[in-house]
Design a protein around this ligand. Structure first.
Ligand code: HEC
Length: 347
């Protein structure tokens, strides 16, 4: 803990640190041993260890090393840390992004770097996926200058140019939709990436059981996919050493290879040694403009379909949990009824 006590490093400490750096970088050593070495680096001075720690913050490195390097960096307050971290944002793996966002928000002196990258468009508000608390850090708990700049980018909730489009469509949507009719639209426009009931592919989140979400919320997710990108589904661009480009959701990572998931559940496995560059695209794999060719009725039917199963199950659920007297009045055995509904839904 020399660093925190402000005691100058002794020659022995410098030697121990240099040794830890060498061991941490040694790819032939087992991962758990390297993790321990990275922990040791947290005790060094920032200039001495930064290069090594940042070299691990690459989507190409084993996840455990990335995670540990971020933990070790957390203890440093040098603004250069924020500058370096935001510069690498697109190369960060999904698993360490929430931690990286927290690190950047944790000190006011880091905020200007983050906001600067957002202003330059190198980090989008959508891909940061800030929760309310995190947005407040920039909007209310920073310096007046940062707060003003952040407000231009974030504004409590509305931060997208497709917001107006959502409003227009919302005004045109019929009050109710037909889940059965929605099936055909879903199959044509969405099934290559989503599943509802038994239909479709699991590339994006499963859309069954969306009844707890409002029509407006779902509409906004459909028309404005980049407003908030679910961190479990960040899209990556990968360039291989032979110059090929692949885009997809980073589905799996191992020490040897990564797997990108594309529409229709197509899996592309790329060996780590053949990766030249792996970067998040900053935009959702779900394209904007899906509403082209769809009518307000089509969209309302689609939404009805995503909401249907859960809505029915929920209604039954409340009857199951209804007071005994009410249940006696209902009379019917609920389980067969539920199964019939499910079967009807899946047809
Ligand atoms: C090329 C693939 C693709 C297509 C086509 C696509 N989506 Fe998506 N969708 C995704 C991905 C990936 C996500 C998750 C990332 C994100 O949040 O943007 C997503 C997210 C969503 C969400 C938010 C879900 C949540 O958990 O918050 C909704 C709702 C949605 N899509 C509906 C639709 C509908 C309806 C269609 C058809 C009109 C459609 N999507 C077409 C890939 C796709």
């Amino acid at each position: 803990m020399t660093r925190s006590l402000g005691v100058p490093e002794s020659a022995a400490q410098r030697k121990a640190l240099a040794e830890a750096i060498r061991r941490a970088r040694d790819g032939a050593r087992p991962i758990p041993a390297r993790v321990e070495d990275i922990q040791l680096l947290a005790l060094g001075s920032y200039p001495a260890v930064k290069e090594t720690l940042f070299s691990f913050l690459d989507g190409n490195q084993p996840a455990a090393l990335q995670q540990e390097a971020l933990m070790s960096l957390k203890g440093f307050a040098d603004p250069d840390l924020a500058k370096n971290l935001v510069a690498r944002w697109r190369a960060l793996a999904p698993g360490i992004r929430p931690g990286a966002v927290n690190l950047l928000l944790q000190r006011q002196s880091f905020h200007s770097h983050l906001v600067g990258e957002m202003e330059a468009g190198r980090i989008t508000v959508g891909e940061l996926n800030l929760d309310l608390e995190q947005r407040r850090r920039l909007l209310r708990e920073s310096t007046p200058e940062i707060e003003a700049r952040a407000a231009k980018l974030i504004g409590d909730g509305e931060y997208s140019n497709r917001k107006a489009l959502v409003e227009q469509w919302l005004a045109k949507l019929p009050p109710t939709g037909d889940a059965a009719r929605g099936r055909a639209v879903f199959e044509k426009t969405c099934a290559q990436c989503h599943r509802v009931g038994t239909l479709g592919h699991r590339v994006g989140p499963e859309l069954t059981g969306m009844a707890h979400r409002s029509v407006e919320d779902l509409l906004s997710n459909i028309l404005d996919p980049n407003m908030a990108i679910n961190p479990g589904y960040i899209s990556y661009n990968c360039e291989t050493v032979s110059g090929e480009l692949e885009t997809g959701i980073l589905q799996a990572e191992s020490a040897e290879a990564i797997t990108l998931l594309q529409a229709s559940e197509k899996k592309v496995v790329i060996a780590r040694k053949s990766i030249r560059r792996l970067q998040s695209s900053g935009i959702s794999l779900m394209p904007e403009g899906l509403e082209t060719g769809l009518s307000p009725e089509n969209l309302r039917d689609l939404i009805a379909r995503s909401m249907a199963l859960q809505a029915k199950v929920r209604r039954l659920d409340t009857t199951i949990h209804a007071p005994v007297a009410e249940r006696a009045a209902i009379g019917n055995p609920l389980v067969p009824q539920l199964n019939r509904l499910k079967a009807a839904f899946e047809r």
